[in-house]
Structure formats: C-alpha cells, structure tokens
Design a protein around this ligand. Sequence first.
Ligand code: CUA
Length: 116
Amino acid sequence: MESTATVWSDPRFAQRGVTATAGGVTATAVGMTFAFNPAEFRVPAGTPVTFRLTSADVTHGFQIVGTNANTMVVPGYVSQFTTTFATPGEYLIVCNEYCGTGHHLMFAKLIVEGAP
Ligand code: CUA
C-alpha cells in the first residue's frame, strides 16, 4: 500500500484534471478526506472519457449521479474506467463510500460540453 506522500509524487497523478489522449480525454483525480482534487472536470460530449482515480488516504467512492459511472477509490490502487457522455450538461459526482465525518461534503462537478 502506498503512503500519502507517494500518491502526490506518482507520475500517473502528477498532472490532474482533463488532458487530451489518443481517442478521447483522460480525467485524472485524487480523492482525499473530504474532497476530490480537482473538484471540477470539463469534458466534451460524445467523446470517450477515461477516469483515472486513486485515494490519498482512505477508501472513497466516485459516482457520477444519473449515469452508470461508479467506482470505489482505494488507497494504493488505481481505479480506471472509460465512458462516453451523450448529453451535455452538469453532473454531480459524489463520494458514495462512508469515509469519515465529512463524507457528506465530498463531491465534485462534471461539466459535459456540447458542440460549440
Ligand atoms: Cu469520501 Cu465518503
């Protein structure tokens, strides 16, 4: 199991946020009590989005409300999945694993942008 310090120096998480990758975009984030870093993602509709997640401390969840995107975020492991959002709009991302006293405050925002 990796310590908190190695999460922040791990090259897979050095660049957090949304970056363009082959065939789509990758959204990289670290969960920690009681926030996601970053707390906002902006991705294009109709494009494969790969989420790459880990935790800096305890087990968290990452559920994109109103979609079937949902994974645990576990310290020492990388959780990764790819999905495509057909519908532009704002989506709430919540932690759905109880992680401590601030669990209910742990959320992020996903903005899916349509064609300009
Ligand atoms: Cu993080 Cu609940």
